[in-house]
Design a protein around this ligand. Structure first.
Ligand code: SF4
Length: 56
């Protein structure tokens, strides 16, 4: 299991420093979460202003 970032992402970058395992990266249009690295901790969820980070 991992979290994922939906199309609602504004690419603001606020989630990036919240991830303890460095699973979030800047993609082409939206930020992405590496499912292999994500530990499903949920630490990034509340940092998103558009609620774009969801459990996958
Ligand atoms: Fe990182 Fe936790 Fe968000 Fe997964 S759920 S991307 S481990 S902060």
């Amino acid at each position: 299991m991992s979290h994922k970032i939906t199309d609602e992402c504004l690419a603001c970058g606020s989630c990036l420093p919240e991830c303890p395992v460095d699973a979030i990266a800047e993609g082409d249009d939206v930020y992405t979460i590496d499912a292999e690295k994500c530990s499903d901790c949920g630490a990034c969820v509340d940092s998103c202003p558009t609620d774009a980070i969801k459990p996958a």
